[in-house]
Design a protein around this ligand. Sequence first.
Ligand code: UD1
Ligand code: UDP
Length: 356
Amino acid sequence: MRILTIVGARPQFIKAAPVSRALQREAREILVHTGQHYDRGMSAVFFEELQLPEPDYNLSIGSGSHGKQTGEMLIAIEEVLLKEKPDWVLVYGDTNSTLAGALAAVKLHIPVAHVEAGLRSFNRAMPEEHNRVLTDHVADLLFCPTSHAVDLLAREGIMRGVYLTGDVMLDAFLYNSELADRRSVILAELGLRPQAYYLATLHRPANTDHPAQLQPLLSTLAKLELPVVLPLHPRTRHQIEQHNLLPESKIGSLKLIEPVGYLDMLRLERSARLILTDSGGVQKEAYMAGVPFITLREETEWVETVETGWNVLVGAVPGRIQAAARDFTPPDSRPALYGDGHAAERMTEILAHSGS
Ligand code: UD1
Ligand code: UDP
């Protein structure tokens, strides 16, 4: 079985690592990196830490408008598919790399498997929502992390090829957590004590792309009760620099740092008193780590984290953020929501028995 995997953005490297490991036993994997993320701290560091094989192809597409970036990926991926003729194309999540990979494959009648299928925010202003909906509707195998995702696909009439596998992010989290505790020295480097800081991440265009939205968010974080560590996504860094949003006097107790590798991130997450984020992956990891978290959006795809009382949606509204950071307390119980840490093996088995 020849599987051609398409990755391009930070969370996809993390999701692909456990799957690549499981696939080694059953398949020849051809790894294609679209180059959507390219800074060392957004790409190479994950390949090294997670022992992902070097990509067989790096398409070096880089940044651009949605149409340009997705279109260039589509052209370049098609060439690779024509040459490699894989039995399956495997795509992850909801980025432009996901959509380009799925579209290139389906046009050439190559079956598509989608990891993290069935997620919906029902917010069509998010670029990810278009990518997810379109990818799910052309995929032949849909690997759902939760039963909620299976139900959402059924509501759209998608029932064939749908599997509840659990979430590969839990596989990665369990595999790497202890390693992170042993190897990461990030707390000492930043002079932080466990439980004595908050961790934040911010990269959704709705929060970052308009200074009128981003500035109050940063000011609110800077005024919270404990120091806030914020590894800056390059999108957010560019906005801060372009609009000169954070003069020294306004930084307060905000610690702005470069994006960190996965092991440092796990260490930072697991030792934080509270996590504030607009990231999909970070919400789940906070839940897995048992750290209360606040989502800086009005909706989430990971609704079960809200239903269990561990996540609170506060949008980008300063008063709501401050109140939640002060008062939010999750319940004692934290049911398993994302499977058993063996999602990747399950996916491999399904692929091996699905033919093409
Ligand atoms: C992308 C995904 C988003 C995902 C996120 C993970 C889409 C539409 N969005 O958003 O779903 O949550 O990745 O992090 O696919 N940049 C750099 N260096 C890099 C990468 C990006 O400087 O290595 C800067 C560029 O200015 C670029 C901007 O960040 O224009 C945004 O990058 P892009 O990949 O387009 O979107 P993300 O916000 O990263
Ligand atoms: N992450 C990381 N370093 C950072 C920020 C995030 O390793 O500085 C990891 C995080 O632990 C999670 C993933 O990147 O596994 C989430 O990616 P991101 O927030 O970029 O995208 P999303 O999940 O929102 O698509």
